[in-house]
Design a protein around this ligand. Structure first.
Ligand code: SF4
Length: 339
């Protein structure tokens, strides 16, 4: 296994399979239209599979399929099966908004998907519509029920918490999580990519989340764990476990072992990295596998990214990428990088 310049191993790969999404969440894709990745640039499944082989050979053993919305990619179970069949892959997960999940979950599980995370920021229909510009909340609930049936104990709900928007629903979401057998993880609002409306005023910190939930449930106990997982986990007095991903106020860059491959084959070593490594160009340009493996090794070993920590150190800050720049380069968007 290789390590980067800050002694962090290369283990987690987030594999974005499309930059398209069927929602338009305010904090991720607030615009009506986007500059999409050209269709011909999207990696074919065989290309993704050969890159995954190279990553696995360098130490990656955990893979998460992301988007955009990954379920929009046609024949996704086929790719899932190709990745699941690789002996070095110990964990295969997916993050989805849940709208298309009920229809596809059985095929995905049969293909080898082991864990699932469904994003849901609100339980209120009117709020869901305002936040996502979609009426599909009932289908998300169907997806949640399907996940409850197919992935008991291996199912999480991710909620981006935005002060003044959904911070009055934390307990409701915990109760909802209990009802579908999912562990809820609250994510601090981050100033990444398409979050052009981000401001500190809308960040509810980990400390504030814990305080809010303590008020409602009583003592919230931190669970001591040594893992590279982004969420810190807590237990409520009734035993319910939930997580907080405090990427904004208490970043976890020092233990970050994850990188991101976009649907068109750009490899980003940090969510905040300005540039990535063009593995599609290498693959299609006839560079052989050994050379691509050497590119991957060289880039990771030189990696010293600490994007979220550096953003925090800035103090007063704005959205990471100005809207004009976002419009010119889809790779700067969080939905292209897989969040
Ligand atoms: S900001 Fe970059 S280095 Fe820090 S946790 Fe996120 S991806 Fe990892």
């Amino acid at each position: 296994m290789i390590s980067d310049a800050l002694d962090r191993p290369l283990r987690n790969l987030r594999l974005s399979v499309t930059d398209r999404c069927n929602l338009r969440c305010e904090y991720c894709m607030p615009e009506d239209d986007y500059q999409w990745l050209p269709r011909e640039d999207l990696l074919h499944f065989e290309e993704i599979s050969s890159l995954v082989d190279l990553f696995v050979a360098e130490g990656v053993d955990r893979i998460r399929l992301t988007g955009g919305e990954p379920l929009l990619r046609r024949d996704l179970p086929k790719l899932m099966a190709m990745v699941a069949a690789k002996p070095g892959v110990n964990d295969l997960a997916m993050t989805t908004n849940g709208i298309l999940l009920a229809d596809q979950i059985d095929a995905l599980a049969a293909a080898g998907l082991r864990r699932i995370t469904v994003s849901l920021d609100t339980l209120r229909a009117d709020r869901f519509k305002a936040l996502t510009r979609s009426d599909e909340l009932p289908r998300v609930h169907e997806g949640m029920q399907a996940a409850k049936r197919v992935f008991p104990g291996r199912f999480k709900i991710d909620t981006v918490v935005i002060k003044g928007v959904n911070d009055d629903e934390l307990a409701d979401l915990i109760e909802y999580g209990k009802s579908v057998g999912a562990e809820v993880r609250f994510i601090e609002y981050m100033d990444v990519g398409g979050a052009t409306k981000w401001s500190w005023d809308h960040v509810l910190s980990r400390a504030e989340i814990v305080a809010l939930l303590s008020k409602r449930y009583g003592a919230v106990t931190p669970i001591v764990e040594h893992s590279s997982a982004p969420a810190d986990r807590y237990r409520l007095p009734d035993g319910t476990v939930f997580g907080i991903i405090s990427s904004t106020t208490q970043p976890f860059c020092s233990r970050c072992d994850r990188s991101r491959l976009t649907a068109d084959g750009m490899w980003y070593l940090c969510l905040y990295a300005a540039t990535g490594l063009d593995l599609r160009a290498a693959l299609r340009g006839g560079v052989n596998s050994d050379q691509i493996a050497a590119m991957i090794r060289g880039a990771w070993m030189a990696r010293d990214d600490r994007g979220a920590e550096q953003r925090l150190a800035l103090g007063e800050r704005r959205a990471f990428v100005p809207i004009k720049a976002l419009k010119k380069d889809p790779h700067l968007e969080m939905h292209t990088r897989g969040g």
